[in-house]
Design a protein around this ligand. Structure first.
Ligand code: AMP
Ligand code: MG
Length: 496
């Protein structure tokens, strides 16, 4: 690194290496592979501002080199993190960052510690058979969906930049390579605990838990049983997260334990997609043959993953397993009720209902109706505010058999009859929780295809639309429309 380059980089920001210092057993120092001719494809200037980084400075050659780990900012000690994981139910004791690096942690202007992480930065000691690379398409996909999730107010890792490397990488065809710069509350995963537990070093699991408490759940440190308290907080965070996914129709697609965070952020946008027509069996991933990670299975899978976390943490809960297991089981079982509470509250808001309890049959019957008549989930909920405003036609028109809907709508109106709020306030409140713009699968594909071919325009337009998912704007009708329901079902690929 030349002196002038290092000065330019130091002016941008600095990083800390708390994780690498504190838990050296859980990572390996490593450098990003060289990129032959890096080019900035997309920069998240709003996120750069939030992080206190001068976005303009990230655009020049030094800035781009820094974004992909070619030039290290002060304090950065890049590492590949170790983790294990249950993948589709089968346990792999050693996964880890095969094509990713943690550059370090940035303290943002609000004092929040955020991981700065690369994806697609070359082979690491955890690469196994992989090439360590990523193609432009899947990195742009992660950018689109993670930023859409953020705008939908769902906890998620963020995307700061995508840089094309100038390299062609081998997939089904040769594809242009890219590196994603990802920002996260941390990259601690359920699989990180599984890996630590698998070493047999009880003190390491304890240090990992202490780190997780200090970083994410500091209030747990004061509890009578800090580790059980931390576990309880993770269960609560995931119950809330899963409810939010379900309420917007998000299908993660690969809920392996290595893809579930301790922080409660959504992570690892691979074969994810948003459900269009309501159907609990919706699966998009080409490799999810059994439907393990289908839309409707997600809460149950989250709880299954949290059981794996409890197993890894068990020795921390009590001195012996006989005491620890009932403690962990009680917390784990609370997931069901916590999830349901968040989900029901969210459903109430979507339906414009204020007072709990809502008749569960009202919601169940609606979902049954949407399923039976193959109604677009997002379009339906968004259109419902029209009824409150006195215009039922757009919603009725969604149904091949509107009579069944009319019958339901009468019950719904009855449930709303005690609401003293003015109708337009109710309708506006509904519009604030029922998005009009989600990342529609056909639009995402079109943006990725154009981006891969060198035209980033459609990607930029899509990002702009998705940044305000609740605000209807003129001229954007095409972004609100589901794809025409013809041809083969939509399929997504892991992009590895
Ligand atoms: P993911 O499906 O992205 O969650 O990745 C699962 C595991 O496979 C992780 O350990 C990744 O680091 C690893 N992996 C995925 N793609 C590659 C690749 N192209 N090269 C090396 N490792 C990879
Ligand atoms: Mg992963």
């Amino acid at each position: 690194m030349s002196d002038s380059a290092s000065i330019a980089a130091s002016a941008l920001f600095r990083l800390d290496d708390w994780f690498a210092r504190e838990l050296p057993e859980l990572c390996q120092p490593w450098q990003a592979s060289a990129a032959p001719s890096p080019e900035l494809l997309v920069l998240n200037t709003a996120l750069a501002d939030e992080l206190g980084i001068d976005a303009d400075a990230l655009r020049n050659a030094d800035g781009v080199a820094m974004l992909i780990g070619q030039q290290l900012v002060p304090g950065s000690c890049p590492v590949a993190q170790a983790y294990a994981g249950h993948q589709f139910g089968g346990y792999s004791p050693r996964l880890g960052d095969g094509r990713a690096l943690l550059l370090g942690e940035l303290i943002d202007p609000n004092g929040r510690r955020r991981d700065v992480h690369l994806k697609g930065s070359g082979r690491t000691p955890f690469a196994r058979g992989g090439d360590g690379k990523a193609a432009i398409g899947p990195m742009l996909r992660e950018y689109i969906i993670s930023e859409a999730m953020h705008a939908l107010d769902i906890p998620t890792t963020r995307s700061l930049a995508v840089v094309s490397t100038g390299e062609q990488i081998a997939r089904d065809t040769m594809l242009p390579g890219a590196v994603l710069t990802r920002i996260a509350a941390s990259h601690l995963r359920v699989g990180t605990f599984q890996y630590a537990s698998g070493t047999g070093d009880a003190a390491l699991v304890r240090r990992l838990a202490d780190y997780a408490i200090a970083r994410h759940y500091p209030q747990a440190a004061d509890a009578e049983n800090p580790y059980l308290e931390m576990y309880t907080a993770v269960v609560e965070a995931q119950a809330s997260l899963l409810a939010r996914w379900m309420l917007v129709g998000f299908v993660h697609g690969v809920m392996n334990t290595d893809n579930m965070t301790i922080s409660g952020e959504t992570i690892d946008y691979g074969p994810c997609a948003f459900m269009d027509r309501y159907n609990p069996s919706t699966v998009f991933s080409s490799i999810d043959h059994g439907g393990r990670y289908a839309y409707g299975n997600q809460p149950g899978i989250a709880q299954w993953n949290l059981a794996r976390l409890a197993e890894a943490m068990l020795p921390l809960f009590a001195a012996n397993a006989d005491d620890a297991i009932p403690l962990a089981t009680e917390v784990l079982q609370s997931f069901t009720e916590l999830f349901h509470g968040h989900w029901a509250a969210g459903m109430r808001a979507k339906l414009g209902l204020v007072e709990p309890p809502v008749d569960a049959a009202l919601v169940d019957d609606l979902l049954g109706l949407l399923h039976m008549q193959a109604i677009d989930y997002t379009t339906f909920f968004r259109s419902l505010s029209n009824l409150v405003r006195g215009n039922g036609d757009p919603t009725r028109a969604l149904f091949a058999d509107p009579n069944a809907f009319d019958e339901w709508a009468q019950r719904w109106s009855a449930a709303r009859s005690d609401d003293a709020r003015p109708a337009h306030d109710v309708a506006n409140a509904m519009d604030r929780v029922n998005p009009i713009y989600i990342p529609r699968n056909h639009l995402v594909e079109a943006a990725l295809e154009a981006g891969t071919a060198g035209d980033i325009g459609p990607f930029g337009q899509l990002i702009d639309v998705l940044a305000q998912p609740f605000d209807e704007r003129p001229g954007l009708q095409a972004y609100a429309m589901p794809a025409r329901a013809e041809g083969a079902p939509y399929r997504t690929f892991c992009g590895t």
